[in-house]
Design a protein around this ligand. Structure first.
Ligand code: SIN
Length: 478
């Protein structure tokens, strides 16, 4: 199946005229066209999902698991085509795109298994003639709104647990990268599920988001994206008192103590900072390095960064693709200008790449101050700002001086410090001597303004379930 459909999927049918171009950020070429839906399209998708909810939620859990397992098999069988499509619309190097397809598939596999493990409980009763039962039931129609930086994994991280829990889904992928989401939906085994179990529409984010928030039939909105839009969705959902699952912006601190394995810390920094060209919510955004090892860390990191190969992600050997847009390049430049004006020093990189357009040189920046924009805001680009610290308590205070709290990382060989810092860091996820937080089995999510709820693991399916307390009375007393 290489002829990917690009219309919207509503009630099991591919519909809508193709009006909006999808561009390849590496070349500017048009790679596809998708419909431009608004309020009416959003309502039609909910009509379909509401119609499919009774049969899908009543399908036995084992059968729902089989449907998801078939979806997983279909994704795996199309790994290479999906990865190429993902790179064409998003820009990440092909090796990373293949990794993302594997990551996306892992959520479908995990929740195929998990659908059968939605358990209730029996609680000792307050009356002899009654029993207390607790059931977990599908919440209803769920809206999933996914971002452009992980066009595959964020779709399955939301849709797989929702479907496993017996919910039906309306999905709106980002307009920069809708093609991978539509391809994943095409691979869903529609013949095994009611039409309308999974619907995908593309178009005007503001109009679709508002229509779904206003619609009382939508019982949950799951969103990954900026904190600003997350707050808007909270406000818009107040009227219908919806459940929200929000994975919002981060500003991850990365601490390197002077007892750390320096090579491991540099490896971790390279992965955490430059994955997806720094366009990842859990990317290290600011590096705090203890004074004794500051210069050595800066130089070792810069040497690795100088070796990076920037270019079109489909080309062999490229490790850094383009940024998503020229606006993204402008934001990175503005953060650098602010830092340099304040006295920061460019160790390597520091300007748009000679390739032009959406390409930016991977950059290491030293002598950075916590007041600079690169520390206070999420840069979402390939810039590693290094700040020097003397004492552990200072580093923790600097790390926590943010309204975000998604991920945090630190490197140390001292086990007492490891426990202490992991406890004190205000983040939903902490990587101790490792940057590899992402996986299907663990609860992914943030504290403070980084979001509500968790995705992945057992917590990820709980988001899509309501707890019902049933008091079974009138029983004959023994
Ligand atoms: C994100 O950027 O929000 C997702 C990153 C991940 O799942 O690893």
């Amino acid at each position: 199946m290489t002829n990917w459909k690009t219309q919207s999927l509503v009630d099991g049918r591919w519909v809508g005229s193709l009006e909006s171009d999808v561009l390849n950020p590496a070349t500017g070429a048009v790679v596809g066209r998708v419909p431009n839906n608004g309020e009416a399209g959003a309502r039609a998708a909910v009509d379909a999902a509401a119609g499919a909810f009774p049969p899908w939620s009543q399908t036995i859990a084992k059968q729902r698991g089989r449907v998801l397992r078939q979806w997983y098999d279909n994704i795996v069988a199309h790994r290479e085509q999906l990865a190429r499509l993902l790179t064409a619309e998003q820009g990440k190097p092909l090796a990373e795109a293949r990794g993302e397809i594997d990551y996306a598939a892992s959520f479908v596999e995990f929740y195929a298994e998990e659908s059968r493990r939605i358990h209730g409980e029996t609680i000792p009763s307050h009356r002899k003639d009654a029993r207390i039962l607790v059931w977990r039931q599908s919440i209803g129609v769920c809206a999933a709104i996914t971002p452009w930086n992980f066009p595959a994994a964020m779709v399955t991280r939301k849709c797989a647990p929702a479907l496993a829990a017996g919910c039906t889904v309306v999905l709106k992928p980002a307009m920069e990268t809708p093609l991978t989401a539509l391809a994943l939906a095409q691979l869903f085994p529609h013949d095994l599920a009611p039409a309308g179990a999974l619907n995908v529409i593309t178009g005007d984010a503001a109009a679709i988001g508002k229509a779904w928030c206003d619609d009382p039939r939508v019982r949950l909105v799951s969103f990954t994206g900026s904190t600003e839009i997350g707050k808007l969705l909270i406000r818009q959902s107040a009227e219908t008192v919806k459940k929200l699952s929000l994975e919002l912006g981060g500003n991850a601190p990365f601490l390197v103590f002077d007892d750390a394995d320096l090579d491991a810390a540099v490896d971790g920094a390279i992965f955490s900072k430059f994955r997806n060209m720094g366009q990842t919510c859990i990317c290290a955004n600011r590096f705090y390095v203890q004074a004794d090892i500051y210069d050595r860390f800066a130089e070792t990191l810069a040497n690795r960064v100088r070796d990076m190969v920037v270019g079109d992600g489909t080309q062999e050997g490229v490790t850094q693709g383009p940024l998503i847009s020229v606006d993204a390049v402008a934001k990175v430049q503005a953060h650098l200008d602010d830092a340099v004006a304040g006295g920061a020093r460019i160790v390597c990189g520091g300007k748009p790449h000679d390739l032009g357009g959406t390409y930016f040189e991977p950059t290491v920046l030293a002598d950075v101050e916590p007041t600079m924009r690169v520390c206070r805001e999420e840069t979402f680009g390939p810039v590693a700002p290094l700040i020097c610290f003397d004492h552990e308590a200072d580093a923790i205070a600097l790390a926590n001086a943010s309204r975000s709290g998604l991920a945090a990382y630190f490197y140390t060989r001292d086990i007492s410090r490891a426990i202490r810092c992991a406890e004190q860091l205000e983040a939903g996820m902490v990587g101790v001597n490792s940057p590899y937080l992402s996986c299907e089995a663990a609860p992914f999510g943030g504290v403070k303004e980084s979001g509500l709820g968790r995705e992945g693991g057992r917590d990820g399916i709980a988001e899509f379930l309501e707890t019902k307390y049933v008091l079974l009375g009138g029983l004959e007393a023994p």
